[in-house]
Design a binder for this molecule. Sequence first.
Ligand SMILES: Cc1cc2nc3c(=O)[nH]c(=O)nc-3n(C[C@H](O)[C@H](O)[C@H](O)COP(=O)(O)OP(=O)(O)OC[C@H]3O[C@@H](n4cnc5c(N)ncnc54)[C@H](O)[C@@H]3O)c2cc1C
Length: 380
Amino acid sequence: MTGTGRYDYIIAGAGCAGLSLAMHMIHSGKFREKKVLIVDRDHKEKNDRTWCFWEENPGLFESIVYKRWNNAWFHNEDFSRLISLSPYEYKLIRGKDFYDYCFKHIRQASNFDFQLGEIKGIYNRNDNAVLMLDDKEVLASYIFNSILFDKPDLNRKEYYLLQHFKGWVIETDKPSFNPDEAILMDFRVDQKEGTTFVYVMPFSKTKALVEYTVFSERLSEPVRYEEGLNEYISQILKIGSYQIVENEFGVIPMTNHRFPLSNGNIINIGTAGGQTKPSSGYTFRFIQKHSAAIIEKLAAGENPVIRTTKGRFRFYDTVLLNILYNQTLPGKKIFSSLFKKNKPQQLLRFLDNESSFAEELKIISSLPAWPFFKAALKQL
Ligand SMILES: Cc1cc2nc3c(=O)[nH]c(=O)nc-3n(C[C@H](O)[C@H](O)[C@H](O)COP(=O)(O)OP(=O)(O)OC[C@H]3O[C@@H](n4cnc5c(N)ncnc54)[C@H](O)[C@@H]3O)c2cc1C
């Protein structure tokens, strides 16, 4: 076993959380004296995902936003609502653009190294955090870890659902989309496999990302996603002829499991650090907020363990997850009530864990009372 030196910080995983943390570090300008190593098993050259999120102000990745929308639809069989998102914008960033952009900046920062390799383990020894990289140990003051080595062992009252989805970028011959209006959630699809909806992100009149999404305990048969996409495109979007130019498949854990924030000098980030919102799967914005908070603490010379989610938001997520998991109320009905009866801006703040308690009371009162009351009692 050979050592490869000691770093101030190691970032384990060059995905969304690892690269976001690196970019926040570089952007702050306060870490030029620190030696930082980023490690991943992958070169990150594929366009393996797209990130959608809403944001009020320009973020650190503003220049690579591929498309943005000010208006978005919610649909189910009984009602449709076009939501004006202002002051928020719904933004989409392509994975490949994100990776290229971050690595361009990282290459220019002489205090950053990147190493390709398999991370076999991460542990503490004396005052060091140790990364087992292939067959070598690398030491650091802190390791920021975004690797979820195993599915966590669940405690009582913890649920683990999967948000699984297949998306196609399609191109049509005739104008078929309004590029100014995204479709956030369309529940006019079969609900047999679990809470199921489609979202549509139009890039132009003839090109859009159409994503078929299911919340359930298990993945569906591969053919099911394709049938769902085909049915939606032909029956709801009424598009007869199109070409699939790109596709993506993804799984996001939706769980109220408490991922450990840290272990000694190892700080967990990203999905592995509990930054995926249990009831929605949204992660990108939570990662940005978490990265900014870590950087602030590090720059102040403080311990960078951040308790990001306030207890009451964790409780709301848990109650909603309990209902989705036990199917005491269809997800379609819950999201329909939320979008039908609430001001969109308040709802987005709520989903961002940034609402006031008064706003939360209003939002909660828009939901069917009895199933939520029962689930809340069970979780208490
Ligand atoms: C297809 C897809 C679409 C998504 N869309 C959205 C969205 O629209 N909006 C949103 O908010 N969230 C979305 N998410 C959820 C979330 O934002 C992403 O999963 C995000 O990438 C999580 O960031 P992360 O850094 O925790 O994990 P990752 O980005 O997966 O990064 C982990 C990194 O660790 C590396 N790695 C893993 N194991 C090892 C090992 N043993 N050794 C070395 N390297 C290793 C991987 O190669 C990877 O680069 C999506 C997720 C997926 C899968």
